[in-house]
Design a protein around this ligand. Structure first.
Ligand SMILES: *Cc1c(COP(=O)(O)O)cnc(C)c1O
Length: 370
C-alpha cells in the first residue's frame, strides 16, 4: 500500500466547476451580487424544502446565527451549555455578555446530559444552548420539558446536524431556534456560510432585520443589527451543492459502515451506537480510546497515524472549558465535567468525507486495528 498519499480528516464537497459557470454568468449579467438577491432567496426556499423546515435565514457563516439567535430572543444572564463542542458555541454567549454555565455530557451521545441540567439552573438562567454533537440528536424532549418547567429558551447549535432526522422529522424543529454551519469542513458547505432555523414568520422577520444592520426599510433601523448576509456567489454555490449533498452523504455512510464493521469490538475502542429511528448525516466518525485496554493512548495513536500520513483529529479536545478564556468559570472545573473530560482525552475523529477511496479506508482501518 502506498503510504505516501496524505489522507486528510475532511475534504470539501465542491460542485463541478462547469456547473458553476452558468450561475456566475447570471450574477455578472444581473450585477446584483449581494443584499437579499435572487439566489439568496432561492437558497432559503430550497433549504426549507430539503431540510423539512418552514423558516430559514442564511448567513455568512455559522457563528453569526448563534450570536444573532441570542440577540433575537433577547437572552441575558446565564445560559447552560456543553463544554464538548467547537469553541464558537460558547463564544456566541460571551459576545452577548452572557455567562456560560457548563454542564456535563452523556457518554452515549456526547451531548448535554438532561439529568444534570436542573442542578445548574439559577435565578439568572434564561436559556439552554445544547449541541447535536457529530450530528447525534440531543434528547430534545427531556430538554424541552426542563425548559418549559423553568421558562427557558432553547437554542440548538446544530452545526453538525444538517439533514439529521428523528422518526423522519427534522431535528431542526426542536427548541426555539437552531443554527447550522455551512463551513467548508462540514457535510454541506457554501465555502463559508450558515443558517438559522426558526418556527414563525415574526421571528424570521426579526432575524432578517438583525442580519442586515437592523434595517426594516430604507430609512428605518429597528435594532442594533449586524452584517451577516450571504452574498450571491456563495448562495449560487450553495444551490448547486445542494444537488450533490445526497450522494456525498451516501458516500460517507459507506465509509462509516466500513469503519464500524472493522472496528466494532476491537478491545479498547468505543464507538457510538447507531439508533434505528435516526437518519444520520455521517459528518464525523469519532472513536474513543481506552488506553489501558487498547495498549497505547489516544495521543500515541494520533501521532502514529500522522507518521503514516493519516490525519485524524482530536475533536473535541481540549474542552471549551479548558481554554484560558473560560477556565476561570466555576462550572469549568473538571470535577464538574468528568464525562466530558474523559471523552475529550479519549476521542479521535477518523478521516471522514465523500472522497475516501477503498484503499484510503483500508489504510485507516489497518492503522487503528494494529
Ligand atoms: C463549525 C461549527 C460552528 C461555527 O461555524 P462557522 O461556520 O465555522 O462559523 C459552530 N458550532 C459548531 C459545533 C461547529 O462545529
Amino acid at each position: 500500500m502506498n503510504d505516501k498519499k496524505q489522507i486528510t480528516v475532511t475534504s470539501p464537497l465542491l460542485p463541478p466547476l462547469e456547473e458553476f459557470i452558468p450561475y456566475l454568468k447570471q450574477i455578472w449579467e444581473k450585477k446584483w451580487i449581494t443584499n437579499n438577491g435572487e439566489y439568496h432567496q432561492e437558497l432559503e426556499k430550497e433549504l426549507c424544502k430539503y431540510l423539512g423546515v418552514d423558516y430559514i435565514s442564511v448567513f455568512t457563516n455559522g457563528t453569526l446565527p448563534l450570536i444573532t439567535a441570542l440577540q433575537a430572543l433577547r437572552i441575558t444572564g446565564e445560559v447552560i451549555t456543553t463544554p464538548y463542542s467547537f469553541v464558537a458555541t460558547t463564544h456566541s454567549l460571551w459576545w452577548n455578555g452572557i455567562k456560560p454555565v457548563f454542564v456535563d455530557i452523556d457518554p452515549a451521545t456526547g451531548n448535554l446530559d438532561p439529568n444534570k441540567i436542573e442542578a445548574a439552573i439559577t435565578p439568572k438562567t434564561t436559556a439552554i444552548m445544547p449541541v447535536h454533537v457529530y450530528g447525534n440528536p440531543c434528547d430534545t424532549d427531556a430538554i424541552q420539558a426542563i425548559a418549559d418547567k423553568y421558562g427557558l429558551k432553547v437554542i440548538y447549535d446544530a452545526a453538525h446536524a444538517f439533514g439529521v432526522k428523528v422518526n423522519g422529522q427534522s431535528i431542526l424543529k426542536a427548541g426555539d431556534i437552531s443554527t447550522l454551519s455551512f463551513h467548508a469542513t462540514k457535510t454541506y458547505n457554501t465555502v463559508e456560510g450558515g443558517a438559522l432555523v426558526c418556527h414563525d414568520a415574526k421571528t424570521k422577520q426579526r432575524i432578517d432585520y438583525l442580519k442586515n444592520f437592523g434595517f426594516a426599510g430604507e430609512t428605518e433601523v429597528v435594532a442594533p443589527g449586524i452584517n451577516s448576509k450571504m452574498d450571491e456567489v456563495r448562495a449560487a454555490y450553495g444551490l448547486l451543492n445542494l444537488k450533490h449533498v445526497d450522494s456525498a452523504i451516501k458516500a460517507r455512510h459507506k465509509v462509516a459502515d466500513k469503519y464500524r464493521g472493522a472496528l466494532e469490538g476491537v478491545n479498547g475502542i468505543r464507538l457510538f451506537n447507531e439508533r434505528p429511528d435516526v437518519t444520520y448525516n455521517y459528518s464525523y466518525f469519532p472513536i474513543f480510546i481506552d488506553a489501558n485496554k487498547y495498549g497505547i493512548s489516544r495521543d500515541d495513536l494520533y501521532f502514529k497515524m500522522r507518521e503514516h500520513n493519516v490525519l485524524g483529529r482530536r475533536y473535541f479536545y481540549p474542552l471549551i472549558s479548558e481554554f484560558s478564556t473560560y477556565r476561570g468559570l466555576p462550572s469549568a472545573n473538571p470535577a464538574n465535567l468528568p464525562v466530558a473530560t474523559r471523552m475529550a482525552n479519549e476521542v479521535i475523529c477518523l478521516p471522514m468525507h465523500h472522497d475516501l477511496s477503498e484503499n484510503d479506508i483500508l489504510r485507516v482501518i489497518e492503522l487503528v486495528r494494529k
